[in-house]
Design a protein around this ligand. Structure first.
Ligand code: SF4
Ligand code: FES
Length: 143
């Protein structure tokens, strides 16, 4: 994993919803920006303005984040128990998209990540393995 990656999650909140942001997991698919540009704009600081749309709109946009870098939770509502079966999808020319609950360990058994979604490098080029960092878009990977 590259040392420069920010491992700390940040939070952006309103009275209704909290957006959690874990930069090390993002591979710059830009689904969030395309879905809700008034909320997600990487050229702006802070780049997330969670109050610029309704909580439902924010939740829907975050649900399209394939990497698990963005997550939401509703204020005062317990998070649903993840009983979804784990699925692994080899995306076209991109990462393995894991959903439904995942715990990723390093070779020594240390937990690198635990959550509902992750995008794992299958092109071999990521500087943030085992996570995809978007390098597949520029290294000619066609898998
Ligand atoms: S991986 Fe998630 S947080 Fe990163 S750009 Fe794509 S949708 Fe946004
Ligand atoms: S699959 Fe995205 S960097 Fe390898």
């Amino acid at each position: 994993m590259s040392a420069g990656r920010d491992r700390l999650a940040k939070e952006y909140a309103t009275d209704e919803i909290v957006v959690e942001w874990e930069p090390r997991l993002c591979f710059h698919s830009r689904n969030c920006v395309r879905s809700l540009p008034q909320v997600f704009d990487e050229s702006r600081r802070p780049w997330v303005r969670v109050d610029a749309a309704s909580a439902d709109e924010v939740e829907a946009a975050v649900a399209r984040c394939p990497s698990g870098a963005l997550r939401t939770r509703r204020v005062g509502i317990p998070r649903a128990n993840g009983n979804e079966p784990t699925e692994v999808c080899a995306s076209a020319g991109g990462p393995l998209l894991v959903s439904g609950g995942v715990r990723i360990l390093d070779a020594d058994g240390n937990v690198l990540f635990e959550g509902e979604r992750a995008a794992l490098c299958r092109c071999g080029g990521s500087q943030n393995k085992p996570f995809c960092d978007g390098t597949h878009k520029t290294n000619g990977f066609r898998g």
